[in-house]
Write a protein that binds this ligand. Sequence first.
Ligand SMILES: [Zn+2]
Ligand SMILES: [Zn+2]
Length: 346
Amino acid sequence: MSPSTVLGYAAPAAGSPLELFTYGEPELGEREVRVAVSHCGVCYTDVHAIGNHFGVFSFPLMPGHEIVGRVTEIGTEVSELREGDLVGIGWQGRCCGECEWCVAGEEHLCVAIARCGTWTPYGGFSSAVVVDSRFAYPLPAGLAPEAAAVLMCAGVAVYPPLRRYTTPSSRVGVIGIGGLGHLALQFAHALGNEVTAISTSPDKEEEARRFGADHFLVSTDRTAMEEAEFGFDTLLCTAHGHLDWGNLLNTLTKNGRLVLAAFPPLELGVGASEGVSGPLVDLVVHQLSITGSFLGSRAEMREMLAFAQDHGITPRTESMPMSQVNEALLRVSQNRARYRIVLVNP
Ligand SMILES: [Zn+2]
Ligand SMILES: [Zn+2]
């Protein structure tokens, strides 16, 4: 195949708006596939990356990691995919394949994970991506491409921790009702949990209940938060902004667990002069745990897609042309997407 050009949108520097960016189509490795991007969801992690919030990104950066498209070329060692297959691709596009975590089938914990992003070197806000074929997942028949795109990151961000840390009798609080949260409510409901949506926005109650919430808690309502004391076995945090961790941790029962599926500022506040502050005292006295959850294994990704299909779990999406990527990113950064924006290539 003659080399051609990939067209996409990249940030030339940290914090810059994305600009049209082209690069020559890279050669395929023997286990890689080339995928023509038809849809790409916009995730808050794209906002973090463009802003270089964790200081680990290099520029120009082409984000985009909730990808759906068709395989256009396969490497010589690829046997499980064919040209023309419809696949979904999430944040992880490769792994080292050699560390203890990769060998154990937990590639999302790969020691080289920082270099395993689908966007390394170029992501899905573009016409095509190249990834390791093991991270291009055939999609269940009948799953709409917009929905599949969102499941590839937002879905796998919330399903594995719910499976890992809850049982059908668990009382689960989902913090933040946005791109991840509206899916977490659906998955938790389908898993049989007693589900509470926890939000700063009272106007989200009606929709949260439609997504599967049994209860709705306004996190700024002091009385309601006091009444919810010791009310949850598990809190799943899908929010990105500053949160009142003291009040939220009060709602966990003894031995309860807070699971972070997003990257909010976590200030438990050890003041130099005040000594150990309230939330940390509660952490010890009530034997609470704080756990992170990042992506999922390849097996969990496949299980999540099948579970979503079986239970009719459907992300609420709005579509925009790929060319409006900056407008989409602005809306996501301002928490104005309902609930996920999916960019569509012409
Ligand atoms: Zn994401
Ligand atoms: Zn590895």
